[in-house]
Design a protein around this ligand. Structure first.
Ligand code: AMP
Length: 286
């Protein structure tokens, strides 16, 4: 595996079909599942590790975000990555950028409502990765459901010749969605964190029993979280997958998403629903 720090270095190491897996590092099984998916489809698998200042708001965890590039390199190599791109902030932003990709109404709800500028920062850095690396296919987790929709529209609206692939959420055995931020949790908080996936599982059970009301489905997640000490819900929303707008009834493809603080750590999780003749769903797993 090549470790490179410049866009030019990546372009010099690529051949055939190029698969890209953008990450902020401190890799876990969720990231590695994307790298394995890329390995299955691409001749050259490029993974990037970059903690992007543009997507962090004031008072967020940019400075304390966990970093360990040596460990990441070891894990990425085992997962089949050919090129690990670990640019400095100076390589990514040689001059103070004035251009931004805006995300319109896709940023109105869910995390977009609570993290102003976040998705502009994400879309901008991914646009730079698409332009600088020129991948054929890029892999993202459904863990970050709003981000995935934003990036699908980034590729479509700005004509990047990149196929964007979404992959299932990878969970710890107790259901908690894997996240680099889980290291912030104390033992007690880690136990409380289970409420998010438990609540989503309750909502999925309700859908399986025929429930379609957003209010009831949101209520299932909310009840579970409210019954768990130490969980402070920021939002729970059922939104359509196309435009990320709240819906009252589950009659179209949708995402049931939650963000909650457990102690000072902000966690997100979701379940996806696909509505055809029957409703199918995905909560992910280990
Ligand atoms: P991050 O390093 O948190 O920016 O995540 C990099 C990529 O990994 C994004 O596409 C995430 O959606 C994905 N990812 C993070 N956690 C998980 C998970 N538990 N399961 C699946 N994908 C994940």
């Amino acid at each position: 595996m090549n470790i490179v720090t410049t866009f030019e270095g990546v372009r010099n190491s690529r051949s055939g079909i190029v698969g890209l897996v953008p990450t902020m590092g401190y890799l876990h099984e969720g990231h590695l599942s994307l790298m394995r998916a890329a390995r299955g489809e691409a001749d050259t698998v490029v993974a990037s590790v970059f903690v992007n200042p543009l997507q962090f708001g004031e008072g967020e965890d940019l400075d304390r975000y966990p970093r360990d590039l040596d460990r990441d390199a070891e894990l990425a190599e085992k997962a089949g990555v050919d090129v690990l791109f670990a640019p400095s902030v100076e390589e990514m932003y040689p001059i103070e950028p004035v251009m931004r990709v805006t995300v319109g109404h896709l940023g109105d709800h869910m995390c977009g409502a609570f993290r102003p500028g976040h998705f502009e920062g994400v879309a901008t850095v991914v646009a730079k990765l698409f332009a600088g690396i020129q991948p054929d296919v890029a892999f993202f987790g459904r863990k970050d459901a709003q981000q995935l929709v934003v990036l699908e529209r980034l590729a479509a609206d700005l004509s990047f010749p990149v196929r964007v692939v979404g992959c299932p959420i990878v969970r710890e055995p107790d259901g908690v969605a894997m996240s680099s931020r889980n290291v912030y949790l104390s033992q007690e908080e880690r136990t409380s964190a289970r409420a998010l996936s438990r609540g989503l599982a309750r909502a999925v059970d309700a859908v399986a029993s025929g429930e379609r009301s957003a209010e009831v489905l949101v209520g299932e997640v909310s009840d579970e979280c409210r019954a768990t000490p130490g969980v402070d819900v920021q939002y729970i929303e059922l939104v359509d997958t196309q435009n990320l707008q709240p819906i009252d009834v589950l009659d179209t493809d949708a995402i049931l998403a939650i963000a909650a603080y457990v102690g000072s750590t902000r966690l997100i999780d979701n379940a996806h629903f696909w509505v055809g003749d029957h409703v199918t769903w995905e909560l992910g797993g280990s």
